[in-house]
Write a protein that binds this ligand. Sequence first.
Ligand code: FES
Length: 144
Amino acid sequence: MATTHPLKGQQDQERIPVSTSGVRKVLIGRSDSLPNGGRLVVDIDEKITIGIFRLDNELYAYENTCAHSGGPICQGRILPRVVEVMDSTKQIRGQNWDESDMHIVCPWHGFEYSIKTGRHAGDGKIHLRSFPVHEAEGEIYVEV
Ligand code: FES
């Protein structure tokens, strides 16, 4: 039975091989369709949607389901982590952005996750479901 490609809506069994372990390697799109700092949100099938992010030229992939109540986390705002600035007496003197740790904020109730780790900004036990993602020959693939 042929598999339907999630982006092109066409049957393309060779481009979505299924391993003997049942893991699917799914073509997401061309590498140049996801620039550094960008994201793609893709319906893999009728059950799962995945957000793919590129930060510092590394790829990260998460299910588009917030750990809080299932909101579309991968479609939230992307912001740098906010850090407090302290003086030498440890008094807080304001806030700053940490551009090396980009976060995504759930559009439903504001849960915030690090894109590089998938972990909640305030409670590391809360995290997003991640997927292996890689590039080969100018194309991006996730394993689901
Ligand atoms: S569903 Fe994401 S913060 Fe509530």
